[in-house]
Structure formats: structure tokens, C-alpha cells
Design a protein around this ligand. Structure first.
Ligand code: NCD
Length: 322
């Protein structure tokens, strides 16, 4: 489809065959991805996607960590563009980091994979794979490092609702220290001239985060005042060593998003969450389901953004071959 195919190799040139992170990505490269994703939103809604675009291409979803929405949406995205999509889930217990990863890389290379979507508990694992395989590598979340397609889908959701990204004030609340979603969003939003606040207890939101160009707050009542967007994060207990938080009940009392706290934000402020949500821990169930919540739409945008990224990366691969 013409709409989905115009001029993409500009965005990911032959030198950037991979999407490993948002850090260092200029807004002039982010906006066109969002524009292309926008066209895929419309195609998805009318069920008219270019099913021949990636015909004959092989995408492998290589997930060393659990995932529901990210893996499913990459699978749908690939299939809606006509690619052959294979899901490989590797049980965490069988992973012997470096060695297994490089063995896996050699195997996948031998299978002539075109696009490799990788999630791994170790920060930097997708970048290591990218050095070893011929395929284009997309980082679907590595440790506490980055989750670039999540930040892109969040940006698309914000832009569709508020008409712009530049100049907005965004509060990212909760377990920022362990969150690759937060890190990718901080890079994207600060590069697009947003004012970003991170909000949470000092154990999860250390002062050192200020070096990323964000304001650090330890009270929701300060951090939420007059924001345009509230992004809530899950408590990632699986990445915590030791008791960084009190009980879930007490956490909610101090850092949960409820109606009273949301009223401090601008009227109509967007409520976002990358999922999976812990209702009653970081977010009140009613707020998650309220009119201000765009959480379900984030999931829809996830498919469109991943279609755009697969489309653009497969084009840049084509041009680097010729
Ligand atoms: C996030 C992740 O895995 O980084 N989820 C997602 O991709 N939507 C956040 C989380 O696990 O809390």
C-alpha cells in the first residue's frame, strides 16, 4: 500500500539496521515513525493491511523473558504485513547468558532470519546479538535498559490525544529505577522538549536520575501538579534485590494513583500504563478504567508502531543489500 511504503529508508538508513534504543535518536527520526504508524492505525481499523509487504520475510520473536502484549503485538504486526513469524520462548531457567545467547545467534543466522525481536533480562543482550547476526535486531526490552517500541507507542498515543508532544509536562510514577519503559520514555520525551518528572520513593526514584534531564519528586502531591500526562509503572519485584518497598497496601497509600491525586493534574490529563497493571498497588482500579485512561489504546497503538518499525527496518535492510 502506497501509504505505508513511501520514503521509509530515510528513517533507518543502511547504517542503522537495528532498533536497539531511543537514546540518541533525533526527533527528526522519531516523528516519521509515528507518522507511518498513524497510517497503520487506520489500516488496522479498516482491516486493510498490506499483506504482501513482508512476504517471504522471516521474523523470529526470541523472548527470554515473559511477555503478553509485546510478543503478541509483534506477532500480529508481522502477520498483518505478510511475514512468516516464529515465536521462540526460552525458559529463563535454561538460559546461561553469554554462551547461550551466542549459540542462539549462530543458530538463527543459519536459518536466514530477516528480523529478530529480542527480549532479555540482561541489559545489552540485544546489542550483543546485533553484532553477531545478519538479521535486523529489535530490542523488545532488555533488563532495566530500554524498551524502544513501548516509548514510540506511548508517544503515538499522546500525540493522537493531545495533538502534540512538544512542550507537555509528563509525570512518570513508581518503580522508575527498574523500568526500561521509563528509561526509553525519558529519552524520547526529553528529546522532544517535554518537561519530565519522575515520582516515587527514594529507593525506586533515586536523585541520580536527574542526570537524565528530569525533575525528581518523592511525593505524588508535588509531582502530579498540573501535568498533562501521568504514566504509572508496575513495581518490578523480580528485578529488586531486597525490600525496597513496604507492603503493597502501604505503597498504594503513598504512591498509588487514585481520584484525589489525579485531580492535581490538569483537567483531562491522560492516564497511561504499559501493562501488566497491578490494580490496587500502583493504580486504583476505577482510574484504570476511567475516561481519562488510555491504557487500552496504548495496546492498539503497539501493533501499529511495531508494523511501522518492521516495515522501515526491512526497507533499510533491502537497501543495504543492493
Ligand atoms: C513492560 C516491560 O516488560 O518492560 N511491559 C511491557 O512491555 N508492556 C513493563 C513491565 O513489565 O512492568
Amino acid at each position: 500500500m502506497a501509504e505505508g511504503q513511501s520514503g521509509g529508508s530515510r528513517f533507518f538508513g543502511p547504517s542503522d539496521r537495528h532498533l536497539l534504543g531511543i537514546q540518541g535518536m533525533h526527533p527528526s527520526r522519531i516523528e516519521p515513525i509515528l507518522d507511518l504508524a498513524e497510517s497503520y492505525v487506520l489500516m488496522n481499523r479498516s482491516r486493510k493491511t498490506p499483506r504482501d509487504l513482508l512476504r517471504g520475510r522471516t521474523i523470529i520473536n526470541l523472548f527470554f523473558e515473559d511477555s503478553t502484549r509485546t510478543r503478541t503485538s509483534f506477532e500480529l504486526a508481522g502477520k498483518r504485513l505478510g511475514a512468516d513469524v516464529v515465536n521462540m520462548s526460552v525458559a529463563q531457567s535454561s538460559v546461561n547468558k553469554g554462551e547461550t545467547l551466542l549459540d542462539t545467534a549462530a543458530t538463527l543466522n543459519a536459518m536466514r532470519t530477516d528480523l529478530l525481536v529480542v527480549r532479555h533480562a540482561q541489559s545489552g543482550a540485544p546489542a550483543l546479538l546485533a553484532q553477531k547476526v545478519d538479521a535486523s535486531v529489535i530490542n523488545a526490552g532488555d533488563g532495566t535498559h530500554e524498551h524502544p517500541t513501548q516509548a514510540l507507542l506511548d508517544a503515538l498515543t499522546i500525540r493522537r490525544h493531545l495533538g502534540r508532544i512538544e512542550g507537555l509536562t509528563v509525570a512518570i510514577c513508581g518503580d522508575v529505577a527498574h523500568s526500561r519503559v521509563a528509561r526509553s520514555n525519558i529519552h524520547l520525551l526529553t528529546s522532544m522538549a517535554c518537561r519530565v518528572r519522575v515520582v516515587g520513593p527514594p529507593t525506586l526514584v533515586p536523585r541520580s536520575l536527574a542526570s537524565l534531564g528530569v525533575e525528581v519528586h518523592h511525593r505524588m502531591e508535588d509531582g502530579l501538579r498540573d501535568v498533562d500526562v501521568v504514566m504509572m509503572l508496575r513495581l518490578q519485584r523480580e528485578r529488586m534485590s531486597g525490600g525496597l518497598v513496604p507492603s503493597a497496601r502501604e505503597y498504594f497509600r503513598f504512591y498509588g494513583l487514585d481520584r484525589r491525586r489525579l485531580e492535581l493534574a490538569k483537567p483531562g490529563a491522560l492516564v497511561m500504563h504499559p501493562g501488566p497493571m497491578n490494580r490496587g498497588v500502583e493504580i486504583d482500579s476505577q482510574i484504570a478504567d476511567s475516561d481519562q485512561s488510555v491504557i487500552r489504546e496504548q495496546v492498539e497503538m503497539g501493533v501499529a508502531v511495531r508494523m511501522a518499525v518492521l516495515d522501515l527496518l526491512s526497507r533499510s535492510k533491502r537497501s543495504s543489500r543492493s
